[in-house]
Design a protein around this ligand. Structure first.
Ligand code: NGO
Length: 525
């Protein structure tokens, strides 16, 4: 604790006054705040800044993008504070009492996503090289206010920030999660809701597993039966669903506005029953399969020897690439138990070229390393370290999603009402306590683009169920992706996490209240 307000102590006589002053001092120590992910560096200066009805958010110049980020922050602060904060533009630092967002290209350490946040008793000054950095800095500002800032109705202030300087930038460029919308379909609103939650924790990728045996969820105009028929059901026989291209584009834009890239996945050549049920000609025997609502894996395959299969794949890739501003298309490639190994390799080699020809890089599950990797193909390590190591040996980068640490569909413990357990239980501490660069000796930090925590949806079909599995583990994955390993420890993290219990509650996130975390216990501030 830093004692900053010594004057109050000088006049203090009453015990109460001392207690209040003590609380005020604690409150204004920037290094004792509960940011997740934890910033790279915090230099507290002991004072506090308070929002008032005169506070506005100023953005530098007339950039529409900066105005949008400013408006995003105003929209987050206004409902609970009721202060009517407005967004204004300026060419110089604004007067006392305001928040200022500006770009400066001169701080190379901050990179494209980092930010520097300087809070004095007069001003909140957020600077970044790129808009993405400002957006992440805005999340820190939100988290530095009391939790009730996240409520949607007006609350009582004061709305204070501890003063000091935060310099912050991510360890990894790819920090994501995956939602399986194939086993159970999740609608546009559920996906947007998740995008907002990811943004709060500075994640920047949402991978959508759009196709699997149980459903095809993205409209492909040149093969309309994929969704008309293949999107009709889901695990357990529910009604399924799919995104029209317009809806999908809306999701992509919504994510883009939050500096999150959507990575679409078409899983192939296995996990393709929904396509095989929709088009007889894609099957080896020329007969359409039945729609499937169970949870087995590894029983379907495209006919890798037929030219029509490649016409189909190219049409899908072409339409999807046109909907994708991000650099990656995910082509699955996992669990092809009924595809001959040599056919698998030939298929994956050819499809990688097709994706590259549409201007995108390939992401695929770790089995892809059995094929010849094209430059820029990224191997997503989920199951077999030996595959990921083979990928590295071919010069590829790795995305870390080891099932036994990072699968959001694994149960927390034997009492979890949903989830699978084939990769073991993942309590909140286990999900946090690992280092992507220290799992396998031959997969080093420089080989890794980042981390992704997938939520497979065999056992979860509603927003509530999904949130229960995603939270609070997601906060830990966000921190693993952002914060340098040497700054992370479970014992310290679990106190910050406890503080986020209230935030998550106010944000209507239904999380699993792990017994390992003292949710109502002592807080840092
Ligand atoms: C595996 C499998 C998925 C399952 C998931 C369940 C991968 C990459 N393929 O992960 O089809 O849904 O496990 O945990």
């Amino acid at each position: 604790m830093t004692i900053t307000n010594s004057k109050r102590f000088a006049f203090g006589g009453l015990l109460l006054a001392v207690m209040f002053s003590h609380m005020a001092c604690k409150k204004s120590d920037l290094s004792k705040q509960n940011l997740i992910p934890k910033p790279v560096s915090i230099a507290p200066s002991g004072g506090s800044f308070e929002l008032s009805d005169k506070t506005d958010i100023y953005v530098q110049g007339e950039s529409a993008e900066l105005k949008q980020i400013g408006q995003y922050l105003a929209d987050k602060l206004n409902p609970s504070t009721g202060l009517g904060i407005e967004v204004k533009t300026t060419n110089e630092a604004p007067a006392k009492g305001n928040i200022y967002l500006s770009l400066s290209g001169s701080d190379s350490q901050l990179g494209s996503e980092g930010y520097q946040l300087t809070i004095t008793d007069k001003m909140v000054n957020l600077v970044a090289n790129k808009p993405a950095g400002l957006f992440h800095g805005v999340q820190s500002i939100r988290q530095l206010f009391p939790s009730k800032i996240e409520m949607s109705s007006k609350q009582k202030g004061p709305w204070e920030l501890a003063t000091g300087t935060i310099r912050d930038y991510p360890s990894y460029g790819y920090r994501g999660t995956m939602l399986d919308v194939a086993r159970h379909f999740f609608g546009v609103d559920d996906v947007k809701n998740l995008i907002d939650q990811l943004a709060y924790y500075k994640m920047n990728v949402l991978h959508l597993h759009l196709t699997d045996d149980q459903g095809w969820r993205i409209e492909i105009k040149s093969w309309p039966n994929l969704t008309a028929h293949g999107g009709k059901t889901e695990v357990g026989g529910g009604e399924g669903g799919f995104y029209t291209q317009e809806q999908y584009a809306d999701i992509v834009k919504y994510a883009q506005d939050r500096y999150i890239t959507i990575v679409p996945e078409i899983d192939m050549p296995g996990h393709t029953n929904a396509a095989l049920a929709s088009y007889a000609e894609l099957n080896m025997n020329g007969k359409a399969t039945e729609l499937y609502t169970g949870t087995d894996v590894g029983f379907s395959t495209l006919d890798t020897k037929k030219e029509l299969t490649y016409k189909f794949v190219d049409d899908v890739i072409r339409e999807l690439a046109a909907l994708t501003p991000g650099e990656y298309l995910h082509i699955g490639g996992d669990e092809t138990e009924v595809t001959k190994p040599e056919d698998y390799v030939a298929f994956m080699n050819r499809v990688q070229d097709m994706v590259n020809a549409r201007g995108k890089k390939v992401l695929a599950w770790d089995e892809v390393a059995l094929a010849t990797l094209k430059p820029n193909t990224v191997v997503q390590y989920w199951d077999k370290a030996e595959n990921a190591v083979k990928g590295v040996a071919q010069g590829a980068k790795v995305l870390m999603s080891p099932a036994k640490y990072a699968y959001l569909d694994m149960k927390y413990d034997s009492t979890s009402p949903y989830g699978l357990d084939w990769a073991g239980y993942i309590e909140v501490d286990k999900g946090y306590n690992w280092d992507p660069a220290n799992l396998e000796t031959s997969i080093k930090k420089e080989n890794i683009i980042g981390i992704e925590a997938p939520l497979w949806s065999e056992t979860v079909g509603t927003r509530e169920q999904a949130e229960y599995m995603i939270f609070p583990r997601l906060l830990g994955y966000a921190e693993i992706g952002w914060t340098p390993t040497e700054l992370r420890s479970w014992n310290e993290y679990k106190i910050r996490l406890a503080n986020h219990g209230e935030r998550m509650k106010f944000m209507n996130i239904g999380f699993y209240p792990s017994k390992l975390v003292n949710w109502n216990g002592q807080k840092q501030k």
